[in-house]
Design a protein around this ligand. Structure first.
Ligand SMILES: C[C@H](N)CC(=O)SCCNC(=O)CCNC(=O)[C@H](O)C(C)(C)COP(=O)(O)OP(=O)(O)OC[C@H]1O[C@@H](n2cnc3c(N)ncnc32)[C@H](O)[C@@H]1OP(=O)(O)O
Length: 126
């Protein structure tokens, strides 16, 4: 089970030299994709308990088009282990507005985290 969100990264999201977007930007998108996945798997937005790993592998830049995948890796009683990946799928060529779809997506961020179905959720089996 997985969900994928795609979006354009506005130039105004860049925070550091070189048009670089901060890592927290991707983590916020992981939260949204994880919430979407929780709705699909459990009919509830869930609550995110934490990340066991986060890796920033390549830069995300203003003008990129990215996709964020949340994939169910394991299911506990109420816990849901989720693997996340942020990939750059299109990028500005020269800053003039010219841009290209990348032949191979660039994996920019990977993470593993745990979402939890609340105990008091109406209709929860837990
Ligand atoms: C994705 C969301 N829609 C949006 C967000 O991200 S919200 C923003 C940040 N998150 C929050 O504000 C949540 C704040 N935390 C809580 O409300 C609670 O801590 C919790 C609901 C996440 C867990 O509380 P509780 O239900 O009392 O936990 P437990 O009964 O102890 O455990 C239930 C299961 O969850 C597993 N677990 C709990 N904490 C962690 C953790 N830090 N890391 C990994 N796993 C955790 C625990 O092992 C239980 O698993 P099983 O049900 O046995 O599988």
């Amino acid at each position: 089970m997985h969900v994928i969100h795609q979006r354009y990264v506005a130039y105004s999201e860049a925070h550091y030299a070189g048009n670089l977007v901060d890592g927290a930007y991707g983590l916020a998108l992981f939260g949204d994709a994880g919430t979407h996945l929780a709705i699909v798997t459990d009919g509830h937005e869930g609550l995110f308990a934490g990340y066991s790993s986060v890796e920033f592998l390549a830069p995300v830049r203003g003008g990129d088009v990215i996709e964020v995948e949340a994939r169910l890796a394991a299911k506990g009683t109420r816990s849901r282990t989720i693997d996340f990946e942020l990939r750059v799928i299109a990028r500005s060529v020269d800053g003039t507005g010219a841009a290209e779809i990348l032949a191979e997506p660039i994996v920019a961020t990977r993470a593993r985290g745990t979402g939890v179905v609340p105990a008091n959720r109406e209709g929860s089996a837990a």
